[in-house]
Design a protein around this ligand. Structure first.
Ligand code: ZN
Length: 195
């Protein structure tokens, strides 16, 4: 079906969108991952990466769509980077721009006899606008809520992956164990050579 995926698998639309947004940002943008340079993507690789980040999309991602998704991902990255610098004013301004450009417009929708559910994009939005609107609304909801740092930027050197912090204490700093261990090992080496 050519429609936005349903959000009840995780815990609602917003969580699903945040996960998809993080997957898109990490798949399509960034210069480094886990201490290594990240090769730029184009052509079929770009299409595969974009489609893979969004999950089952039934061949709706061609090269033109993938290029537009990469722009959406870059805008999201800029927002997450503003948040990680605690520049919430800039993040809010960027998000408002994304909400306007994607023509986000909440409306209730139902497929056939299914129950009504909320869509965030306008009824005539194309595939990329649907995703851009959904992603922008969900990041805006997270920013306007009590969890401004729930999405963060890996603090390890030479890694600019984005992560979701699901911990109660909100203390996550790295994209994963690879970077956490890398930083620990470097600190250990520094201590040894210093003593
Ligand atoms: Zn990392």
């Amino acid at each position: 079906m050519a429609d936005e995926p349903e959000g009840n698998k995780v815990d609602g639309h917003h969580a699903m969108h945040l996960e998809a947004g993080v997957a898109l940002i990490n798949a399509l943008t960034g210069q480094h991952v886990h201490g290594r340079p990240k090769p730029g993507l184009d052509g079929d690789e770009l299409v595969r990466a974009a489609a893979g980040a969004l999950g089952p999309v039934d061949g709706q991602v061609d090269l033109a769509v993938a290029e537009r998704l990469r722009i959406v991902a870059s805008r999201l990255r800029e927002i997450i980077e503003s948040l990680s610098r605690r520049d919430r004013d800039q993040a809010a301004g960027l998000l408002n721009g994304m909400l306007a450009d994607s023509r986000a417009r909440p409306h209730l929708h139902r497929h056939g006899e299914q129950s009504w559910h909320l869509h965030f994009h306008s009824p005539d939005a194309d595939f990329v606008q649907q995703w851009a609107a959904g992603l922008a609304v969900s990041v805006a909801a997270a920013l306007g809520d009590h969890i401004p740092h729930r999405v963060g930027l890996c603090a390890a050197p030479r890694c600019d992956q984005v992560y979701i912090d699901a911990s109660q204490a909100q203390i996550k700093r790295f994209c994963g164990l690879a970077c956490q261990n890398r930083v620990k090992a470097a600190a250990y080496r520094a201590r040894r050579s210093g003593s």
